[in-house]
Unconditional design. Structure first.
Length: 74
């Protein structure tokens, strides 16, 4: 097997790799949000004031970040 030379890696290859990384991170973020949501269920009633809004803000931030990755923005 021959070694890759700098000219062997095309812009399309770099773009495909970047897309794969973004999709993987997006999947991980959505799994994290699902885990947070599942752990928070049933805790809202007994939680301190502000806890629920903090969890909801965190979930929105995670989902917004994942959506931006799908659009190709950092």
């Amino acid at each position: 097997m021959s070694a890759l030379r700098p000219g062997d890696i095309t812009d399309e290859m770099i773009q495909a790799m970047d897309t794969a990384k973004r999709q993987g991170l997006q999947k991980d973020l959505r799994a994290l949000a699902a885990n947070i949501r599942a752990d928070a269920e049933g805790r809202y009633d007994s939680a301190e004031p502000g806890w629920r809004s903090g969890v909801e803000w965190t979930l929105r931030w995670i989902e917004n970040t994942a959506a931006q990755l799908a659009e190709g923005r950092p």
